[in-house]
Design a protein around this ligand. Structure first.
Ligand SMILES: CC(C)(COP(=O)(O)OP(=O)(O)OC[C@H]1O[C@@H](n2cnc3c(N)ncnc32)[C@H](O)[C@@H]1OP(=O)(O)O)[C@@H](O)C(=O)NCCC(=O)NCCS
Length: 177
């Protein structure tokens, strides 16, 4: 399976959600049954990287996807070096709620591409509506080590998952050239 050039918004009639399998049942279920509903409800946006060529059903396979949503966190959960200049009410952040690559494409650099595209998307949103950081809630130790590799720091435990964050000013240095 080869992937196309651009991430686009998930479209139920164009993208074959049923064939997506990243080996994590929770993420598979999310893309198949919840991602489109959450977009209709206006609570998160899912961007997918379609296959370059359609399947027999004329839909495009999903090679990778990411889901983003606005969120907020308590100032006290941040390390002191980050929190000392912040006000005492919840701090706006962007939540990178989901990110996954089809298992047939693991190990080919697509996870890195997907993460960079997701961060670039959020950095662009930040030009219009600012947030302090990007946060991710890691489903597994493996996801945690993936995000750690790209500079995310551990923040706290949140709903049984490890919450990690990347300050927006780090993205500023990465993309604002
Ligand atoms: C985690 C996931 C997105 C990685 O995708 P991938 O396409 O296999 O990753 P890449 O090939 O782009 O790897 C990029 C880099 O991350 C590293 N990496 C990949 N998976 C890793 C992991 N689980 N832990 C640590 N490092 C990892 C690679 O070694 C590579 O390093 P390099 O640039 O030094 O060579 C993919 O395995 C996946 O979809 N897993 C299931 C869903 C999931 O756990 N999502 C995480 C968010 S909840």
């Amino acid at each position: 399976m080869s992937w196309s050039k651009e991430f686009v918004e998930l479209n139920k009639s164009k993208h074959d959600r049923d064939s997506f399998d990243c080996s994590e049942p929770e993420l598979n279920l999310f893309i198949k049954t919840q991602a489109a509903k959450h977009m209709s409800a206006g609570i998160s946006r899912t961007m997918v990287l379609p296959s370059a060529h359609p399947l027999l059903n004329q839909q495009f396979a999903i090679c990778a996807f990411y889901t983003v949503a606005p969120s907020a966190l308590a100032r006290e959960t941040l390390p002191i070096k980050h929190s000392k200049k912040l006000p005492k009410y919840p701090v706006p952040v962007f939540l990178l709620a989901q990110l996954a690559v089809h298992k047939e494409l693991h190990g080919k650099g697509l996870g890195k591409i997907t993460l960079i595209r997701a961060l670039k998307y959020l950095w662009e949103v930040n030009q219009y509506m600012m947030a302090f950081a990007v946060v991710v809630d890691c489903l597994t130790d493996s996801a945690q080590s993936f995000y750690h590799k790209f500079g995310f720091e551990i923040l706290c435990e949140h709903n049984g998952r490890t919450r990690m964050f990347l300050p927006m000013n780090t993205l500023e240095q990465l993309f604002n050239d």
